[in-house]
Design a protein around this ligand. Structure first.
Ligand SMILES: [Zn+2]
Length: 230
């Protein structure tokens, strides 16, 4: 009963997972926001750029957002945010290495994001080499030159097959208010990891790119041994 004797309505069931009060991984006191004009498929696109600092100094991330509304939020007539959580790859993203599909996936994701209201790219530089870093990644490449596949090469150098975590990305999505998303990925582990971290992945959007003659074996290994949907 309220003070006027009326029956109080039953509280509504929350539709979204509760937003963490204090992010465990992110230091939101060190968040920097600007606009960034980028070139996507030969066209200039203006995106909101948010740089995040993790509580761990080594973890930083950037989110590029094609905002549906300048004030933020999700207008009713816009579908769920379309999100790519991209692991940084110096060889692929910067030098356009053909040994992996990172650059092609990054470009394909940006092209989709540039055309989608509330399209988001979360770029995680510290995920280099599925989280083992640049040096170990190149050591593993050297073993792949001798015939090992990407999984066995990592194991041979004493590195995990996949050391990535997605809590930071999930906390960034919470910061953006995008708790229910469509996720561009071929990696079922990524869907599961974000779901565990409180993000509702309503749809997995495949991001399949044409393999090069250098990446064909790597992509086959990802499909066969890492369950990627390619
Ligand atoms: Zn790569």
């Amino acid at each position: 009963m309220d003070p006027h004797g009326n029956k109080c309505p039953a509280p509504l069931e929350p539709l979204m997972p509760p937003r963490p009060e204090t992010p465990a991984k992110l230091d939101l006191d060190r968040l920097a926001v600007t606009t960034l004009p980028i070139e996507v498929a030969g066209r200039e696109v203006m995106l909101e750029a948010r740089a995040y600092q993790g509580r761990d100094e080594a973890t930083q991330a950037m989110a590029l957002i094609n905002r549906a509304a300048p004030s933020g939020g999700v207008p009713a007539d816009v579908g769920l945010p379309l999100v790519r959580v991209h692991s940084g790859c110096v060889t692929g993203d910067i030098f356009h290495s053909l040994r992996c599909d990172c650059y092609a996936q990054l470009q394909a994701a940006l092209a989709r994001i540039a055309e989608t209201p509330n399209g988001v790219l979360i770029y995680l530089p510290y995920h280099e080499g599925r989280g083992i870093g640049l040096f170990k990644k190149i050591r593993a490449y050297a073993l792949q030159d001798k015939g090992l596949d990407t999984v066995d090469a990592n194991l041979e150098i004493g590195a995990p097959v996949d050391a990535r975590d997605y809590e930071l990305a999930a906390e960034i999505l919470h910061d953006l208010g995008f708790e229910k998303i469509r996720l561009m990925t071929n990696n079922p582990d990524k869907v599961e990891a974000l779901s565990t971290a409180g993000i509702v992945v309503a749809e997995r959007v495949p991001l399949v790119v044409e393999p090069s003659r250098h990446s064909r074996r790597y992509l086959e290994t990802k499909k066969r041994r890492l369950a990627h949907e390619l």
